[in-house]
Write a protein that binds this ligand. Sequence first.
Ligand code: 13P
Ligand code: SF4
Length: 321
Amino acid sequence: MTNKEAMAKINYIEEINRLKREKNAVILAHYYQVPEIQEIADYVGDSLGLARKAEDVDADIIVFAGVHFMAETAKIINPDKKVVLPDLEAGCSLAESAPADDFAEFISKYPDHMVVSYVNCTAAVKTMTDLVVTSGNAVKLVDALPKDQKIIFAPDKNLGAYVNNVTGRDMVLWDGTCEVHDILTTEQILKMKVKYPEAKLLAHPECKTPVLNASDFVGSTSEMLKFAKQDDNKSYIVASETGLLHQMQKDSPEKEFMVVASDETCACNDCPHMKKNTMEKLYMCLKNETPEIHLDNEVIEKARKPIEKMLQMSKELNIIK
Ligand code: 13P
Ligand code: SF4
């Protein structure tokens, strides 16, 4: 039997559950993972919820079904745990838009500015950051800072512009975007609105400003889920990644959810990084306990401060998981 044939015979659900028990491991998954990974995970959440969960984990191994910066964040928060990621190549266009050297040069031009970074950045960028935020708390956390505080916001210029609009700030923005959300256009949305006039539009703040302006609700993945569950409309156009529809449909089977298709010929709403993770890779990663996230102690120490500040502030401000 070839290796491929042997792999095809494996019952991944049974094997992953067995290995999880044997190794005292937990699987944390982001809402953008494929449905089968969301179903086998111990916890599914947005970036803020996952960071909070990583803080509380007392298992020996954290299997992070998400992208690299998320697994790094878990390691920074809980450095004594072994953190593994099914595919080390699962990156993020936002994190990649801000190489550490360029970022250091950029912030050196604004010595009197505080550095606020979206969690979608590398550990190296976090070491140069005063406060980390997620899409679930960025508005409230920035709003809670002293009004005369000058701020640099990186790396997502769309989220930064959204926070500026809502809070009336004038943060200096790093020029980075999410390759999945930034390509969604108002033309596409208009076409869908014509086709589904009753549907409400939900958008992630990584979308461009005109898309956000056309939306009925803007929020993180968790916030969109909560809105869709509690709202009494029957149909929704979702300006975000396809994986989110799994939980939305599960929560409200009677409602209709559609993603904004950026192009009829492509699966553009699938994050190519999030979708690198598969059940087969999840199984192999749990079995071999690799690839593992390794970070220098010095990086962990420095990067932890702005994340702890975020967790502390979001607890004080009572921001949802
Ligand atoms: P959330 O903060 O909503 O989980 O989003 C993370 C992300 O990568 C969105 O593209
Ligand atoms: Fe990064 Fe965008 Fe993928 Fe989220 S959806 S992980 S921001 S590339």
